[in-house]
Write a protein that binds this ligand. Structure first.
Ligand code: COI
Length: 361
């Protein structure tokens, strides 16, 4: 595999510092974008080439570009954090790069070398580091690497040309309520992914498949939809865009990776952080019946969602057809708060990085 270098063409017209500060004061999630983006092309027979750091700008695509028709697309999400000394570090970018390669294999796309993925993220963060929010708050800079099929044509086949891009967006809490508990609608008929399908790949199609159920969850007054397995319709898989953890006192359990669940980087990190804190952290199977029963009899003490965008968000109300129950008393539980704090301390550089997860620029 070739590893292209990334050449810089700086923006002639970046936002002023005052405009940027106004955005950083209340960024929301995914609403504002920094001044630059990285692009790298892949062509059959030539490999990866033309790595560039260019002004953030719309793409011009032929209407017959394959990604627009057959959804050959993959993406990632990772964050850059401001440290107490003002420097900037990203969290586990190599892990995202490896998952990006796994997603590429599943969708018949070329694998981007891990070092090119990391260098592309570094180049963008270095150039736009004024967009990394100040240390001490909930905010960070969310990076969105993605790849699309750019061959023009309507034949259904893996494309012979691709474009890899990285864009960046200052991010506050994913949910408008911040770290307040979110409500969940358990969908027992719609499924997100099937055995042998693409559920473990981070591809837009999985998110498109989740939108109708997400809209149904919203219509029932819930923030997120929870999916069950596609065969028995009873084993908890994941939410529309994040993984789940169940807390039984000192034991925490997350659904095992079955092939139809996305292997979340936050999910994986929490298995380690929880063990470091002395909890018993496991992967296992939890049915929706067990979830309801254990919440009602009090053995299930907390439930939380996790992901790069969601960080760690407690779950409060849970609804399924014919039933509704409340997890906790409307405030985040103690284990959820402790895990959240411990992970964020590592990410923001206020606790030792004993696992070598932080990548400094
Ligand atoms: C993330 O947490 O990075 C995600 O990709 C979830 C969602 C925003 C799509």
């Amino acid at each position: 595999m070739t590893t292209p270098t990334i050449e810089l063409k700086p923006s002639a017209n970046p936002l002023s510092a005052a405009e940027r500060e106004a955005i950083l004061a209340s960024p929301g999630f995914g609403r504002h974008f920094t001044d630059h983006m990285v692009t790298v092309r892949w062509t059959e027979g030539r490999g990866w080439h033309d790595g560039r750091l260019v002004p953030y700008a719309p793409l011009s695509l032929d209407p017959a570009t394959m990604v627009l028709h057959y959804a050959q697309e993959i993406f990632e999400g990772l964050k850059a954090y401001r440290r107490p000394d003002g420097s900037v570090a990203t969290f586990r970018p190599e892990k995202n790069a490896q998952r990006f390669q796994a997603s590429a294999r599943r969708l018949g796309m070329p694998e981007l070398p891990v070092e090119t993925f990391v260098e592309a993220c570094d180049a963008l963060v270095r150039q736009d580091q004024g967009w990394v929010p100040a240390h001490g708050g909930e905010e960070s800079l969310y990076l969105r690497p993605f790849m699309i099929a750019t061959e023009v044509g309507l034949g259904v086949k893996p494309a012979n040309e691709y474009l890899f891009l990285v864009i960046a967006s200052p991010a506050g809490a994913y949910f408008p309520g911040g770290v307040k508990p979110v409500s969940i609608w358990v969908s027992e008929d719609r499924v997100r992914a099937v055995p042998g399908g693409m559920g473990d790949a981070k591809t837009g199609g999985n998110y498109a498949a989740s939108l109708l159920a997400q809209a149904e969850a919203a219509a029932k007054g819930c923030d997120q939809v929870c999916y069950l397995d596609a065969v028995e319709h009873r084993w908890v898989e994941e939410l529309g865009g994040m993984n789940l953890y169940f807390v039984y006192g000192d034991r925490i359990v997350t659904p095992s990776l079955t092939g139809s669940i996305l292997e979340g980087v936050t999910r994986d990190s929490l298995l380690t952080v929880a063990r470091d804190l002395g909890y018993q952290a496991e992967e296992g199977r939890i049915s929706v019946e067990q979830w309801q029963r254990d919440a009602e009899n009090g053995t299930l003490t907390e439930v939380f969602a996790c992901g790069t965008a969601a960080v760690i968000t407690p779950v409060g109300t849970v609804k399924r057809a014919g039933a509704e129950w409340q997890q906790g008393g409307g405030e985040p539980g103690e284990v959820t708060r402790r895990l959240r704090r411990s992970l964020l301390d590592i990410q923001r550089g206020t606790a030792p990085d004993t696992h070598g997860w932080m990548h400094t620029l």
